[in-house]
Design a protein. Structure first.
Length: 66
């Protein structure tokens, strides 16, 4: 009985440690680092684009110097 309890405790501890390591790694990854977050109005259809360089309605691509 004592050995099985110890084994279960080790397995649960191992799972918790792996979950903590995975969550810390995910905190370091920024999925939005390459996405431009400035709002801009599309000059062709007047849609307010909230993120990115391309209008989702007409396909207009914003120039880098705009």
């Amino acid at each position: 009985m004592g050995f099985s309890l110890l084994l279960i405790s080790v397995i649960i501890s191992f799972i918790i440690i792996i979950a903590i390591l995975v969550s810390v790694q995910k905190l370091n990854d920024d999925p939005y680092e390459d996405l431009q977050m400035d709002e801009w109005t599309c000059p062709e259809c007047e849609f307010l684009v909230q993120a990115g360089n391309e209008c989702i309605y007409c396909g207009y691509k914003k120039k880098l110097n705009d």
